[in-house]
Design a protein around this ligand. Sequence first.
Ligand code: URA
Length: 447
Amino acid sequence: MRAVDLIRKKRNGGELSGPEISFLVEGNIKGQIPDYQLAAFLMAVYANGMSPEETIALTGAMVSSGKKLDLGSVQGVKVDKHSTGGVGDKTQIILAPLMAAMGLKVPSIAGRGLGHTGGTIDKLSSIPGFRTDLGVEELMECLRASGFFINGQTEEINPADKKIYAMRDATATVESLPLIAASIMSKKLSEGLDALVLDVKTGSGALTKDLEEAKGLASLMVRIGESMGVRTAALVTDMDAPLGRAVGNALELKECISALKGSFAPDLMEVTMALAAWMLHLADAVSEETRPQRLGESLLKRYKDEIWDYIEHGDAFAKLLECVDAQHGNADAVLNPSLLPTASHIKPVLSPWNGYITKMDAFAVGHASMLLGAGRGRMDEDVDPAAGIIIGKKPGDAVSAETPFATLHTNDPSKLKEAEEVFLSGIEISGREPSKKKLIHDVILPG
Ligand code: URA
């Protein structure tokens, strides 16, 4: 086999076999196939796409490039949730302790934020001392002790994704559904899961802005998960507006702490509860060896009542404290969030008019938050844990002229003016109360 022949085949619209795809990925990771040939292959994939079978083979080759967590010795069903990313999307920090409190095991490898989107690792890193660079042995200890961990990507697990992602960034091949699906699923399938719930976002702040494209990505990822023996379902959820009230790392962490104590913004509650119900349902399907069903209202309500019990009685919050301790963080800062980083400058944003908020563009809010210091433009940049935005009024709420409806938080006051302009550019206010927008657009189950 020669790499050049496989590149030509893909360039001409042909379909590669599993061994051919492994030859390219494995060869590159072992240093036998140069980066320029893998980059040319990625461009051919970008241009011509991949069949589901090729995408499954690519995902498998990426998983095989490193260690897979071996969770055979850990009791309980292993379930994770993955979101394709958005603005104010903090559900993982609520779901992982909640599901662990309910008896599931959640081994979660998460990412850092880039551009207008936030990352779970940055949010947790606002806890003083919290480590997200633990090795495989320590992760296993956390999982046994607290029932979950949330760690960053390690060198040992899936090195191919790290390499290919950097190459895609440099070769304008990021926006390819099969490459996105293989990248996300190879990370998740390295976690040794029994079940996976995907939260595929759609709307202005999402990776896939178009609803049909988001559904296509969701279906492809569900198919990949199931083909590798992991029970997988996807929710397609809205990211036209930020989720919840906080955007920015420590601010979002504080919102998660409040949620785990029972105080949720309505939209955050709806999406979190739906994801939690699906995690429990897939775990039941694994234990009972059944196929997941479309959840009817009564079953959904039963799951939600059970979930609420674990929040109300403090079990989920207690799990977060256990994990923070196990990952070397200062649990006092979670018990007393005033110890978390706070910004030196807080500026209210006044509503220009009376009326109802009809639009709060997630991309604009994420961009404004990034300007305040909460996000990074390049992967090697630092973020300011204290920076971000608190949204007092959300789409559908009434606002009064010259009255604050959000606050900007930063340690760099020179950024306030531009951030405020960007934030306001995403806001529309009208005299007519808008109808409530759907938050959960679809549920994709194995076909
Ligand atoms: N997230 C990933 O992990 N990979 C992609 O390609 C896109 C989003």
